[in-house]
Design a protein around this ligand. Sequence first.
Ligand code: M6R
Length: 607
Amino acid sequence: MCGIVGYIGGKNAQDFLISGLKRLEYRGYDSAGIVTLSEDGSATLLRAKGKISNLEEKLAKNKRDDKVGIGHTRWATHGEPSEKNAHPHQAGEIYLVHNGIIENYKELKQQLKEHEFKSETDSEVLAALINSFYKDGKHPLINAVVQALKLAKGTYGIAVVSKLSPDEIVVARSGSPLVIGVGHGETMIASDASALLGHTKQAIYLNDGEVAMIKKDSVEIKTLNAEPVSAKVEEIETNLSAIQKGGYDHFLLKEIMEQPDSLTETLRGRVNIEDGTVRLGGPGLSEGQLRKIKHLIIVGCGTAYHAGLLASYYIEKFTPEITVEPVIASEYRYRQSYIPEDSVALIVSQSGETADTLACLREIKKQGVTTIGIVNAIGSTIAREVDGGTYVHVGPEISVASTKAFTSQVIAMVMFGLTIAQAKGVRSSILKPYVNEIYNLPKMIHETLESVQDAIKNIANKYANYEHGIYLGRDTAYPTAMEGALKLKEISYVDANAYAFGELKHGPLALIDDRFFELALLPKGELYDKAVSNVQEVLARGGHVIAVTNEEKFDLPVDDIIRLNTGDIFAPILMNLVSQLFAYYVTVAKGYDVDQPRNLAKSVTVE
Ligand code: M6R
């Protein structure tokens, strides 16, 4: 949430900041701003409401050749999206960009009588607080930042510059990510390494409680208690092509279509098809530890929660003597839940930075429970704080709606379940069908995408003007229905809700009329006939049903049908591809911004 960039070196800072902000725009896009400093101490501050393109229009009339600056793209928390609330915020000679929330900003504001506040933001309070200690350059900037941060409560990733010392940027973090890119005669900062690609592959990931003074050829890090920290330089693994659209109209479509490859990356080196087993190195649990597990908690938000819910259905099917408890992070962090002995917690997050998920991780760790990350973003906070973990390796997911991460999160968790089952001695005749289908899943995803894309586009055009969607499924198709409904509502703004088929007659059936369509997920299997009866009940009440099934014998007179020619155990994963494409094409038909839906941001780093 909110993107930060900064540059100090020999190149044009404005150019770097704008291109960096464009790469971070997925983190927030209601306003943006940059400030650059010239050697003689003058500052050029440009801010604009809306997308970065609006800021670029201002930039065209205010080009400077400054070599140092900071920038920000905002997702509003305090104060509406507007130019005055956009960052950077100025106080005296300093400028600040901030990602996070200063919780005690009201108290602090009371004490800052000398500053004339121009915005409604908590961030300007932090800028004014730093300035109150800076005393117009009479103290080093870094000392003023440290003094202020010792009083601030909440979360932050910040970058601060001063007109009085235009050869340095001071950065700090607590709860919001910050990466320092080390180049030759230039140093950069960003909230996400993707903004650094093409400039450097060398990165230092700042830890919570650390502050750094950055110059063009040096980085000095210390803790807020003034203990020096030796910087660990790491290689950025992502490539530039991974963050480009690659010929697609939208990142979302690219990310949907690359799932055969992204899942292949998740599986790489982890499936042994000859002996029908899986092996995950990252969790670091011995056979004995795996055997002891009696309870699995799966923590996530949004799509990551749905992935956990779906995985829980699978894991329970093949692992004896184990209970699986998928939980919503924002709820679980405040519940007084009893965690039984021999529990392990899976912490699921694409970004690895989601505030609620991170807070749960910390709470769970305090109780001495082993935590295992199911994370995509390498080096992210969650990935670094868990006891062990499995990266899903799907590459950057840029579109705000999560797609390829979901598929790989489910399978990574199922594989973790399989390692428990293997250790507990579950018969290979039970586990092998899962392993075989996991192994073949990338191919099945490829075939499904190829075969259904055009049909879904046509159906989506037909339903684009419906006001409401009901997604229906049971067993493993129920979490899949929930994920499908989330996808549709978040990008097309169509009101969509999911119900377990069995729940229909307990209330939702009353909704059915011409404003609604019903998307019914009907995988083959034990509960297929029951689900079909439920579809009949919907049809009998004039419902507009789109059926998605891999059962050849399906012959109800529904409005539309999407037949899948493949898939057995993991058919719901394939059905989810249908929901992803359906949401995409409905949104395109409506002409909305597919990759950056209103009010949202990709990485939710505030509570
Ligand atoms: O980065 P995370 O996986 O922790 O994010 C969790 C949710 O914010 C995320 O899945 C969100 O629900 C997506 N926008 C859904 O498409």
